[in-house]
Design a binder for this molecule. Structure first.
Ligand SMILES: C[S@@+](CC[C@H](N)C(=O)[O-])C[C@H]1O[C@@H](n2cnc3c(N)ncnc32)[C@H](O)[C@@H]1O
Length: 419
């Protein structure tokens, strides 16, 4: 793998936008197809790949496109639904039928604009869509439900829903020029014919990439990676993943417009509950729960405890909370690394793409804490290399932390309360 320390945008999600299914929906923390392809290219062809933090299923799709098989895990129901649609091997004939249904939706929905259509319970919705555009989008949603029902296990109708997700973002004031999704200066007004044109062009694009056959098979499963479970007794030869970073990014926050419009979320309280299950989750109730959290008695790397101590004494009003945040993030990753061997083939290789972070000027060296955690748990051949620089000013980098797992006798695996 080529590794350079510049701010390589080809090693970020930006690279994926025009790559067929990889570009269906945008999630800023998705990693680059190019980077994953380079890692997958080093995997033996018959190896089964595991991604314990699937996100938008980039690893699974890269592997399947390269003719390999993969299993993925995530805890976010929207991402599991989305990932499995993205990984499905569609039949051309059924896609032709879907196109007819789509054309009916496009033709019929304007008659519903004056009606009182359902809109999601999204906080400050008028900040996303103006009073003119919102009823148009809501009418379109009602028509989709009438023709194909709500988002479901049916991968074909889900293509219409994924097109709808793209449409709501393209007609909204969402901006992607920051690490997290933010807002543009104002909302844009869209007329019915513009919404029809945009929706049609999105669907045509999605349909064209759904028609491309994928050679391998991959599937996303609802599994909490802090406490992994076996899937059909399979053991994996290569773990390729990018877990959350310790940077307070909330995937629920990033995905909220999609999750509310597709009814994967209804209330802000549900968002907090979901984020509490996510490693590094920090939204709503997840933050107040953190105040009462304390680790069970396990050994964690000294370098982690020192960083937490420095954050705690940094003098900021939130320093105690942030010290706890960092502690819990690496504690959860430690749980993950310790439960993982249940799924690994003897000699399995691990490649984790992760970023470091800073809290009140205190450097949190994620790669070093990962390395030490892996070492304490009996992994071998541990290395880390810089993939790219993330920010021009701060010393923020993305690393690839690699290791291997060899089955060992008499290795004492720690036990503690399951999350
Ligand atoms: C950085 S994102 C992965 C992005 C992915 N590589 C992609 O290209 O889209 C991390 C993912 O880990 C998931 N996650 C967080 N905590 C988890 C847990 N305990 N078990 C499984 N998945 C989890 C989040 O929901 C999120 O989708």
């Amino acid at each position: 793998m080529t590794k350079l320390a510049g701010q390589r945008s080809d090693y970020t999600f930006k690279y994926n936008a025009k790559l067929g299914r990889h570009g269906w929906l945008r999630l800023t923390p998705a990693y680059s197809v190019k980077l994953v392809q380079e890692i997958v290219a080093e995997t033996p062809k018959d190896a089964f790949i595991l991604d314990p933090f699937s996100g938008t299923a980039t690893t699974g799709l890269c592997a399947a496109e390269m003719g390999m098989n993969a299993h993925l895990c995530d805890i976010n129901p929207f991402l599991i639904w989305f990932g499995n649609t993205k990984l499905f091997d569609f039949s051309g004939n059924k896609l032709n039928n879907l196109e007819e249904i789509f054309n009916q939706i496009l033709k019929k929905f304007p008659t519903k604009i004056e009606k009182d259509n359902w809109t999601p319970n999204l906080h400050n919705i008028e900040r996303w869509w103006c009073g003119h555009t919102l009823p148009i989008v809501a009418a379109l949603r009602t028509q989709i439900v009438e023709e194909v029902g709500e988002p479901s296990e049916n991968p074909y109708s889900n293509l219409i829903w994924i097109s709808f997700c793209r449409l709501i973002i393209e007609t909204s004031s969402a901006a992607f020029n920051h690490v997290s999704m933010s807002f543009k200066g104002g909302v844009t007004k869209f007329e019915v014919h513009q919404v029809q044109e945009i929706f049609n062009s999105i669907f045509e694009n999605i349909l064209a990439s759904a028609r491309k056959t994928i050679r391998g098979k991959a599937k996303v499963n609802k599994i909490d990676s802090r406490n992994v479970e076996q899937i059909n007794n399979i053991r994996y030869a290569h773990v390729i993943t990018s877990p959350p970073y310790p940077n307070r990014m909330s995937y629920i926050r990033e995905l909220r417009p999609y999750m509310y419009w597709t009814k994967f979320l209804d209330k802000a309280s549900e968002a907090g509950e979901l984020d509490w299950k996510a490693i590094g989750g920090t939204w709503g109730i997840a933050t107040s729960r953190l105040k009462d959290w304390s680790p069970t008695d396990i050994d964690l790397p000294e370098i982690l405890l020192q960083s937490c101590e420095k954050i705690l004494h940094s003098g900021d009003k939130n320093s105690e909370l942030m010290a706890r945040y960092v502690h819990k993030y690496f504690y959860d990753m430690y749980l993950h690394f310790s439960s993982l061997p249940l799924l690994l083939e003897n000699g399995a290789r691990l490649d984790y793409i992760v970023g470091n972070s800073t809290f009140y000027g205190i450097h949190v060296a994620s790669e070093k804490i990962y390395e030490k955690s892996l070492e304490m748990l009996g992994y071998t051949n541990i290395t880390s290399t810089i993939v790219r620089k993330r920010n021009s000013k701060k010393e923020l980098y993305e690393y690839c932390v690699s290791a291997s797992w060899k089955r060992q006798r008499n290795l004492k695996t720690p036990t503690y309360n399951k999350p």
